[in-house]
Design a protein around this ligand. Sequence first.
Ligand code: NAP
Length: 298
Amino acid sequence: MSAQIISGRAIADEIRTELRPRVAALRSRGITPGLATVLVGDNSASQMYVGMKNKAAQELGLHSRQITLPADTPEAELLGMVAGLNADPTIHGILVQVPLPAHIDEGKVIEAVHPSKDVDGFHPMSVGRLATDSGDFFAPCTPAGVVEMLLRSGHDPAGEHVVVVGRSNLVGRPIASLLLRKGRGGDATVTVCHSRTRDLGAITRTADILVVAMGRPESITADMVRPGAVVIDVGTHRVPDPSSERGYRVCGDVLYDEVKEVAGAITPSPGGVGPMTIAMLLANTVKSAELAAAEARD
Ligand code: NAP
């Protein structure tokens, strides 16, 4: 039997629809949620991601400021730019697109973003609060998108055994931390796998929910999935395809055509986690503006 297809596009649309009245309420009080994106250099993938984020922000009625700096921008200048955005009351979210050019210390720049505007969720304060399940913080967008997809497609992870393949700081690790939290979207039993995991298939087959973020195209095959399991594919790749007009096709870390015949539910790639990442960025920016507005009122 073929799996339920979990559409990230449809769920992302639902989230944007829910954000509209919140944006309208803020705007009626003279506050337009503002997102600033900072891009250093001319990496074409980064340009595309930043363009998509700004377009989505504008479509939702947010104020979006796209700052593009040359690849040889000195680190001090970038830090000064971030400090200016921290102090700017019209900006509620700051996103510095990574990777940054090699001469810039990425960690220093991420730490320079004020935690109250860290809508990407990568500041050490946000990461620490997520890891210790304490205080208020912005959850990183792709991991938060994965959890939201599970909840909204009827697959609450509470009590389930979730196997996460991948332990990167950007994806695998924060997904595991979110799923381990107490309360909504958490309370799962989590196993994290990585490149040193012995007999990956033996572990993935024990998953009620399998989240794959390994950065290896089409590596999870049907024999690695328990029949009926929910499979979330975070991976996104362009692989050569001479039969396509563009010369490539986009795929995930999961061998989709094969795995969808075994899984109970599955996300496609493209059209799965990708659109959710942008929706969660918008949600974090609106939340940040609401928090700033509440603080100004108190
Ligand atoms: P990454 O930094 O390369 O991390 C990959 C992780 O997978 C590492 O922890 C690695 O283990 C593990 N791994 C690699 N080969 C493995 C194997 N054979 N068996 C088990 N584990 C293995 O990648 P990432 O940044 O986390 O991204 C993962 C994927 O998600 C990529 O395809 C990326 O393009 C995609 N992504 C999508 C979005 C979106 O919005 N859709 C956003 C971000 C990322 P080690 O730690 O041992 O090396």
